[in-house]
Design a protein around this ligand. Structure first.
Ligand SMILES: [Fe+2]
Length: 323
């Protein structure tokens, strides 16, 4: 049995102290949003409680699907690098960046160099995406959809080079009998998010996932739980989003949460179970929102975008459970 955890969008850093020169262009709007709104919604004490709970669960691996910072400033990236160390040794933690981590023009892959131990591939080559990290029986394949975008947009783009490389990685992992877990920040299913926050080359990515197959696709970005699926040549691939790891709401479905997955071989394939741990403001800690349940693979009906995505059903209380 192999277990792993997913958390996303912790937005853990503080942009202050910030220089006026840092606030040109898009970062001015982002800073305003942080001052007025985000610093109240994303709380360090919630994230600390999540990390304590996650460490007690002792998963074999942890994945973080982007947006560790607010404005992607150098001192924020450094705060995030130190925080990653609290999750465990770098070989046991895999990260992909989000749009807030590469927030403004001029930022690029080089600005993420401090996080390289958390996305370097097993071959020890130059840290780059897709990252390929085999943790048997799984392989974690990380994609970067992070890029700067115009004010009021939060789009992502993977790019043809990464997607072509992904096709080869998925095919090779299938031959090796590994459970392919694909990580990216932006939701790959068009229905999951609006035009302003979309993955601009989502159709290209879906085409490759459909032709090569994947056992699980994990994303963040929406700050909500979502369960979808994508029909692929090797069966339906669950596509799962998780809320922010530090959010106090205010809507119940936006309360902080992380997911725990259990992976077991099942004949030639795999069984995957998902359970959700959610923040309980009254207790100041995390509680089981939904016990382990199998991620089933119903016959998928392809929509125009190549997949289906549904929000989880309402819970009797608190945030909706992931299914
Ligand atoms: Fe995001």
């Amino acid at each position: 049995m192999f277990t792993f955890a997913q958390l996303s969008d912790p937005h853990l850093s503080s942009p202050v102290p910030v220089r006026l020169a840092d606030l040109l262009g898009k970062r001015a709007l982002g800073y305003l949003s942080w001052r007025v709104n985000r610093r109240h919604r994303h709380r360090p004490e919630v994230l600390d409680a999540l990390v304590a709970d996650l460490r007690a669960a002792r998963p074999d691996h942890v994945v973080v699907t982007g947006d560790l910072t607010h404005l992607g400033l150098p001192h924020e990236l450094e705060q995030a690098r130190r925080w990653l160390g609290t999750l465990g040794p770098a070989p046991g933690v895999s990260v992909v960046p989000g749009n807030h981590d590469v927030y403004a023009p001029g930022a690029g892959a080089h600005s993420l160099a401090g996080w390289a131990p958390y996305f370097v591939s097993d071959d020890g080559g130059e840290p780059a995406f897709p990252s390929v990290r085999v943790r048997k029986p799984a392989v974690f394949v990380g994609l970067s959809s992070a890029r700067p975008s115009a004010p009021f947009l939060a789009v992502g783009e993977i790019g043809a080079r990464q997607i072509e490389r992904l096709a080869a990685v998925l095919a090779d992992a299938r031959r090796r009998g590994l459970a392919r877990v694909v990580l990216l920040h932006h939701p790959p299913l068009a229905e999951t998010t609006g035009w302003r926050k979309r993955l601009v080359d989502g159709a290209h990515l879906r085409a490759v996932l459909q032709s090569e197959g994947a056992e699980l696709v994990l994303h963040g970005h929406t700050h909500r739980a979502s369960i979808g699926e994508l029909a692929t040549s090797t069966g339906p691939a669950p596509v799962i989003g998780v809320p922010s790891a530090s959010s106090t709401g205010p809507e119940p479905e936006r309360l902080a949460r992380y997911h725990l997955y259990r992976l077991e071989r099942d004949g030639d394939g795999f069984q995957i179970w998902l359970s959700a741990r959610s923040y309980d403001p009254a207790a100041g800690g995390f509680v089981t929102e939904s016990p382990p349940r199998p991620l089933r693979a119903p016959a998928a009906v392809l929509s125009r975008s190549g997949g289906t995505a549904t929000p989880p059903p309402p819970a009797p209380r608190g945030p909706a459970p992931a299914r």
